[in-house]
Design a protein around this ligand. Sequence first.
Ligand code: PRP
Ligand code: URA
Length: 209
Amino acid sequence: MGKLTVIDHPLIQHKLTIMRREETSSMQFRQLLTEISALMGYEVTRDFQLEDVPIVTPMGPAVGKKISGKKVAIVPVLRAGLGMVDGLLNLIPGARVGHIGLYRDPETMKPVEYYCKLPKDIESREVIIVDPMLATGGSLIAATEFVKERGAQNIRALCLLGAPEGIAAFQEACPDVDLYLASIDEKLNEQAYIVPGLGDAGDRIFGTK
Ligand code: PRP
Ligand code: URA
């Protein structure tokens, strides 16, 4: 079973509450999502390996640390995952960005793929799939399967909100992928929206609807 981490830092919880409020504008919503993604990025990258590196400070020779090992690929699930990319790129500016286009069919609630473009060395990268909403889990499971089919071997997933049903489905389907969330919400409603949630993340980010 993959590790499940709920990042309950007070700054994240405070900002998340503002995002949830229906009167929060798209401009604020995007800004807060970027800020939260960067804060969550600290935790998502906590187990990255370090190696010693010899340096010279103004005081003389010393041994510093640098991140060793795999390079990073950030893979947003379109559309709403796009809102999490800039915050992570602020932390990891050298990361490559792949895109997976999925939408949830409103009748069946099942994910439909319409786009996939990944860095070509995806198999040797540490992949962080990002999508703010983990509702039934169908989209995140499909996105994870797509990147695996294209060779990715080291994958972690970063979401803002998860419903218990979606988290359970994801952990069952992708037991080798660690999952990071800012909140486990109460439930899904009849339309498979997260409750209390924040509504439709894509619409709130891009001001559509
Ligand atoms: C939302 C969200 C997830 C998906 C979650 O995307 O960003 O990708 O729903 O639902 P699930 O866990 O039940 O699959 P949506 O399909 O609304 O597309 P959009 O981001 O383009 O609005
Ligand atoms: N997608 C969203 O954007 N919000 C939800 O609550 C569920 C799926």
